[in-house]
Design a binder for this molecule. Sequence first.
Ligand SMILES: [Fe+2]
Length: 222
Amino acid sequence: MIEAHIHVLPGIDDGSDSVETSQKMMEILQQQGIDQIIATPHFYAHREQDVETYLAKRQAAYDALGRPANVRLGAEVRIEQGVSQLPGIEKLAFEGSDLIMMEFPYAKFAPWMIEEVYNVADFYGLTPIIAHVHRYFDFFTADQLKRVLSMSGVIFQANNEYLETHKERKLIKGLMKDGYPLIFGSDAHNLGSRRPNWDLLVKKTKSIYIEEAMDLLQRHLD
Ligand SMILES: [Fe+2]
């Protein structure tokens, strides 16, 4: 199985705080049946000097971890106004793939957010992954969420803990049943409250949906 959303690189964001924590997170992933990892540290355009500086930090964190062969580098790009115009934004795609993970801001919905995603896809021929699509209920109305779910050419991602609330479970189960392009990820940040949790997913989700998700991801990775 492939982990496509995790904050496992040490010291780069609010995820793993040390090489030791990262190594333990990777051990747990392995025990849970993960053999490939895509590291997705947060990218907030307004906090970063530029894409190149972020990439250098990401590389340094990967080097500190000993450049594990089963880890590819990616990012979780916050959708901000103008992010699609940022020089080098396409370099935040997952290595060896056409995938770029983008998360909506935890703020009131605005149409420009969808435009930014489409712009990144169109300008660079990338396939956006909409991160944890079940986590926007507090900010988006049902209609706004529908607009997000009706986006074309994107993949939706669910965090493995989507089963924890009724609303989120209902949404993701609906997407699975209706055959939406859907992948999973732990979005793990640490060894505690946000630990790698593939055990949870495997226990509670029909294996066919997990297999379909892995096939979909694999088709986008070289
Ligand atoms: Fe994340």
